[in-house]
Write a protein that binds this ligand. Structure first.
Ligand SMILES: Cc1cc2nc3c(=O)[nH]c(=O)nc-3n(C[C@H](O)[C@H](O)[C@H](O)COP(=O)(O)OP(=O)(O)OC[C@H]3O[C@@H](n4cnc5c(N)ncnc54)[C@H](O)[C@@H]3O)c2cc1C
Length: 390
């Protein structure tokens, strides 16, 4: 058994780390200052510029096929790189990416939506969640009715990431109530903002914020159907499933950086005439954090490896997402505790992480939904205890 990284994996990981350290981390103080003034840490043009700089460094389109100018990296490498981006709280991701389901577009749609999204010229958002349909995504109600060569979309989506900035939305709508959501009754549409939907900012405990999207009889040409009529829910599940191992990958970067800060603080802060790290209470918090971090690392890399093996990654990705999201919440909480009052201030990014990581237990499948998937697989005998080693 070999737990080491290959030379290539190590080299790519180290280069990504260099980029984040040299180009992204120096922006942190300014990002914190802006966020305290309720402004984005990086505006759209700054993000674009940084992504183009990263392109020169060799990072562009981590998951994008080579024919679209991307790197099409194996999942393990993508996971390692996303961990590096997680080290900085500046909201940066490498460019050259598009939603995985946009590859279901036809040639005209690829020119109008996929390619400009990859190039960073257009911003997309993906909308399935509704006020009455979150975990139970099959309960969506936003309707699309045929009217000549068009479809008329009516209803509301909520909690949509990028919903305030997006130029277009990928919207899953009910096109045939009789067939039902799981029976081919839903369809995905590409809907430009100019077609008439509006977004409303939702205040959350995190920075930035998702949006509610309102569709009040929005007319969409039939040529804007993404994929096949009746394929909407299937595409939606594909969109949600894609990133599942990447959320814990990101969590690893946050936890590593935060734990490093706690160790430095424990080695320097003195109370009662000695460093706080000399107290068992602090040592145990550091030890527990390291153990959970390491366990999350191997669950996450195993999930990514499963993707690379071409096997069904749902079970391992759900385990990694569930454990990784909880791990980073525990670690950041302990790191805040170790910093005492300073941890609670906005001088340091710890309280920001504390608010940010709470979301990881909710979006792209809550803790409870991951548990449901994991236990259902086992109860039905679809997965064996012990996974691929069983
Ligand atoms: C910041 C943010 C960004 C988001 N981005 C997007 C996006 O870009 N696009 C998009 O479409 N959606 C997005 N979402 C929506 C997100 O995926 C949903 O919030 C999530 O799936 C949970 O749905 P819900 O909020 O309706 O909670 P509910 O489904 O109402 O669940 C409430 C609670 O009940 C639990 N629960 C529900 N059913 C069961 C059950 N059967 N057994 C046990 N427990 C259960 C849940 O786990 C949860 O704890 C985002 C959400 C947030 C907060």
């Amino acid at each position: 058994m070999d737990f080491s990284l290959s030379d290539e994996e190590r080299a790519v990981r180290d280069t990504a780390r260099q980029f984040i350290t040299r180009e992204v981390m120096p922006l942190e103080q300014e990002a914190l200052r802006r966020e305290r003034a309720h402004l984005p840490g990086l505006d759209r043009s700054e993000l674009k510029e940084l992504r183009l700089k990263a392109k020169k460094f060799g990072f562009w389109g981590l998951s994008t096929p080579e024919e679209y100018g991307g790197m099409n990296l194996p999942a393990v490498l993508q996971s390692l790189i996303v961990t590096e981006t997680g080290r900085s709280f500046v909201q940066f991701t490498f460019g050259g990416e598009a939603d995985n389901i946009l590859y279901h577009a036809n040639a005209d749609q690829k020119r109008a939506y996929l390619v400009p999204t990859i190039e960073g010229e257009r911003v997309s958002c993906f909308a399935i969640t509704e006020p009455g349909a979150g975990s139970d995504a099959a309960n969506i109600r936003l309707s699309a009715r045929r009217d000549g060569d068009d479809w008329i979309l009516d209803g509301e989506k909520t909690f949509i990431t990028n919903g305030n900035d997006a130029d277009f939305a990928i919207v899953v709508a009910v096109t045939d109530k009789e067939k039902g959501v799981r029976g081919g009754g839903t369809t995905a549409f590409l809907v430009d903002r100019e077609m008439g939907w509006r977004s409303e900012f939702i205040q959350t405990m995190g920075e930035g914020g998702p949006a509610a999207l309102v569709f009040d009889n929005v007319r969409v040409p039939a040529r804007n159907i993404l994929g096949e009529l009746g394929q909407g829910f299937e595409l939606g599940m594909k969109w949600i499933g894609k990133g599942r191992y990447l959320i814990p990958s990101h969590a690893l970067g946050i936890a590593e950086r935060a734990l490093g800060m706690a160790i430095d603080y424990a080695n320097t802060r003195e109370t009662f005439g000695r460093r706080i790290g000399e107290n068992q209470a602090i040592q145990w918090m550091i030890a527990d954090s390291e153990v959970e971090l390491e366990a999350a690392r191997w669950l996450t890399l195993r999930a990514a490896w499963t993707v690379d093996q071409g096997e069904d990654p749902r079970h391992s990705s759900s385990m990694a997402k569930l454990y990784g999201a909880n791990m980073v919440n525990h670690v950041v909480d302990r790191v805040l505790q170790i910093h005492g009052g300073m941890g609670y201030t906005r001088e340091l990014p710890i309280e920001r992480w504390y608010r940010q990581v709470r979301l990881m237990r909710i979006y792209e499948g809550t803790d409870e939904m991951q548990r449901l998937i994991i236990s259902r697989d086992l109860l039905r005998g679809y997965t064996k205890i012990g996974g691929h080693l069983a």
